[in-house]
Design a protein around this ligand. Structure first.
Ligand SMILES: [Zn+2]
Length: 330
């Protein structure tokens, strides 16, 4: 395989990656189907913004956001069934059951852990030690601008956390299991070692307690943009969206079996952050995973991170501790 030169890097030398929007297939079928899969993403995006902008205070609460989020996932699952992106990514019973295990794990255990030692504690500390009137300049800005800034700043942090995971071994050990997925579908964002989900989830939950409306509005960006990272649906995504926001196409390149291709498209919502730092690749990939597409079993996913930390720590210590010199036998 020759690969394609993107910037200074050869992409797709190890595994096939399609580069450039002009080479990506369009939605096939009748006019109704093409209409739906062209306008679904922007319509849902603007509907969510209008809803969170105008909903009365009694409805605009975190529990409504969680409920809408679950209903939206079910709707997207139906879209995957109607218009899959790749036949090879079709959901099997085995995939679905293991996915639901991780989704359930994410909803229960991580929420508890997060509340006790994660953002709950951090947010409480920040709330009690900071003079919040200093933030009046922020909260007096237009609501939509606040929401865009919150979403952008949060994603900026996620970008560097994710990029760090791909460049520093102790962090990579938490993220590697997620890169063993061999297909994308709506539940795949939850698949991985729980320690990674904790790192990624840090800072999400506790923010619900203050600046509620702007944060809920920022959450709508996440729900109607970054959710498409892991989905098996073919859309005719508008050009402005692909320029500004992350897409399934971008994220499939990130999950490609081609090593160079995985070192791109780190952001969750704002792909423009990748454009700013020169890590964006516009394209898509069908062949995903690590080690030629080996499917990592659940028990290995659970044990992977602590095991790799132990191995790396032992190696690190051995290099630094004085080695016992051999005593000649008498
Ligand atoms: Zn990654």
């Amino acid at each position: 395989m020759d690969g394609v030169l993107v910037g200074k890097r050869i992409i797709g030398a190890q595994a096939p990656v399609t580069i450039g929007w002009e080479n990506i297939p369009r939605v096939e079928g009748g006019p109704v189907k093409r209409f739906i899969f062209t306008y679904f993403q922007p319509v849902m995006f603007f509907a969510a913004i209008l809803f969170w902008y105008y909903a009365p205070n009694s409805i605009a609460v975190a529990s409504t956001a969680i409920g809408i989020g679950i209903a939206f996932r079910v709707l997207l699952l139906a879209l995957e069934w109607v218009n899959p992106r790749h036949k090879s990514w079709t959901l099997t019973w085995k995939e679905l059951i293991t996915d639901l295990f991780y989704v359930g794990l994410g909803y229960t255990v991580l929420r508890m852990v997060d509340a006790y030692i994660g953002d709950g504690v951090i947010i409480d500390a920040i709330l009690s030690s900071y003079d919040w009137s200093k933030l009046d300049w922020f909260t007096s800005m237009p609501l939509l601008l606040q929401a865009i800034l919150i979403s952008f700043m949060f994603d900026f942090g996620q970008y560097w956390m994710h990029r760090g995971m791909h460049n520093w071994y102790p962090l990579w050990a938490t993220h590697a299991p997620h890169h063993y997925i061999t297909q994308l579908n709506i539940n795949k964002g939850a698949v991985g070692n729980p320690i990674e989900l904790f790192l990624i989830g840090l800072g999400i939950g506790g923010f619900f307690d203050f600046l509620p409306r702007a944060v809920l509005l920022a959450g709508a960006f996440g729900m109607t943009v970054s959710i498409y990272q892991h989905i098996n649906v073919r859309f005719n995504t508008p050009a402005w969206w692909r320029f500004l926001f992350n897409t399934t196409e971008h994220h499939s390149v990130h999950h490609s079996q081609d090593y160079e291709a995985t070192r791109s498209n780190y952001s969750g919502t704002w792909i423009i952050i990748d454009r700013m730092f020169g890590t964006c690749i516009d394209g898509e990939a069908e062949l995903l995973g690590m080690e030629g597409g080996r499917r990592m079993p659940v028990h290995e996913t659970m044990l992977y991170t602590p095991r790799e930390w132990y191995r790396a720590g032992r190696k690190w210590l051995r290099k630094r501790l004085p080695q016992p010199t051999a005593v000649p036998a008498e």
